[in-house]
Design a protein around this ligand. Sequence first.
Ligand code: CA
Length: 247
Amino acid sequence: MTGLGGHAPTGHTGEGAALGGRGVRILITEDDGPLAEALQFSLAQSGYAVDWVANGAAADEALKGDVFGLLILDLGLPKLDGFEVLRRLRRRNATLPVLILSGREKPEEKVLGLDLGADDYIVKPFSLNELQARVRALLRRGQQGGAAPTILYGGLEFDTVRRSASIQGKTLSLSSHESGVLEVLLHRFGRVVSKEQILEQLYSYDRGVSHNAIEVYVHRLRRKISGGGVTVRTLYGQGYILDYVNH
Ligand code: CA
């Protein structure tokens, strides 16, 4: 048992929650100070409330309070390593989304982390944009009551964590806008999705999207997913439907 030795949960909380985060509180457990500060700043900018602790024992204590909506967890930590923090957390709480952020990139460590109940794993170095996208994906999955990370219709498969689509194992080359459009259509498969709903989805990472641009993204997307047995139909004046080709 490792002593708690005085590192209380500190770090400022991003207040005033601007757009995006909607008051979700994130705990960062990271002993690399400058990295933790960069993460904290970036996530606070997106409207999350962010706390930071620099060792595993402090994380274990802070997590008992059950106030966090997501945990970003380093593995190599003083006092209690990340695996042990995760093990203890999962005994108490099976559902808190956990994103491991680690410099260890041996496949067996990734596997152990995921087996212990982490939801995603990012290897350092990484981009803040990628991290933000994965945080959003994890929070979305949580809201949907632990929906499967992969959506499959016909031959089209979509990984909601990596936000990548593939047909028969071959990854499609989609822009972030095209993936965003596909994602919103997939979540409402077989139902009409209005341009406004698509705009709302894309707005989280691009405020400059126009109605006309959506037509372009849909057009490109339709071409790229042909061969997967599904297509995007246009309903003039109403929006779009993703459906099986032969319906
Ligand atoms: Ca570390």
